[in-house]
Design a protein around this ligand. Sequence first.
Ligand SMILES: C[S@@+](CC[C@H](N)C(=O)[O-])C[C@H]1O[C@@H](n2cnc3c(N)ncnc32)[C@H](O)[C@@H]1O
Length: 211
Amino acid sequence: MSHDHRRMHEATWSRADALAVLDPPERRRTQNPARLWKRVGLRVGDVVVDVGAGSGFFTFPAAACVGTTGRVYAVDVSKELVELVRERAEEGKFGNVESILSTRTHIPLEDGLADVAILANVLHGIPPKTVDEAVRVLRSGGRLVDVDWKKEATPEGPPVRHRLDVSEATAVMAARGLVRVASFELGPLHYVLVFERPRPARLPGHLVSAE
Ligand SMILES: C[S@@+](CC[C@H](N)C(=O)[O-])C[C@H]1O[C@@H](n2cnc3c(N)ncnc32)[C@H](O)[C@@H]1O
């Protein structure tokens, strides 16, 4: 295991880790973020919450898709990376990106504000409470996108025993009431699962109380 990916399992990443591991130019080929958002069908005006945003690898391409009427909240437990994304947003004039410091148990955003939440390369390393929080910020009918390493030996990435396979990741979301609506591959090493937070069932009119 490389020293870089041992850090994948620590709660926070430093700026130096992020720049070395999360931002190499070849990553854009193997985990093309623009391709991801196109497949997900992100729309102008959408609100996105990127949980464990790191250096903003998926944040900024999302911001380009949602435009000035949309918003992308880049959430991370690392103060250094929150600062890095804030600087990058300023430098790149991304007025629609807000960089937010979270804890492992709380994301300081209101319930149900997101059309789309993304957990990219984080589900295998975060506590259940962070997953609960990612679901909490999603509106009914909103979608949660999980990008993660395939559970197989690869030249890079976290140890295989720490990874979740597709059925394990699906079970994590099903336990929170989410329904899988799509799946596809992102390059040779990653899978993508898209889940929907169901809308509440509508009661027939005659069952709705007038009180
Ligand atoms: C492997 S990096 C992935 C970054 C980014 N999603 C990407 O794919 O480039 C994991 C990130 O999750 C953050 N992180 C770890 N635990 C977290 C938690 N409980 N809540 C929010 N962010 C967390 C780390 O600080 C780090 O920036």
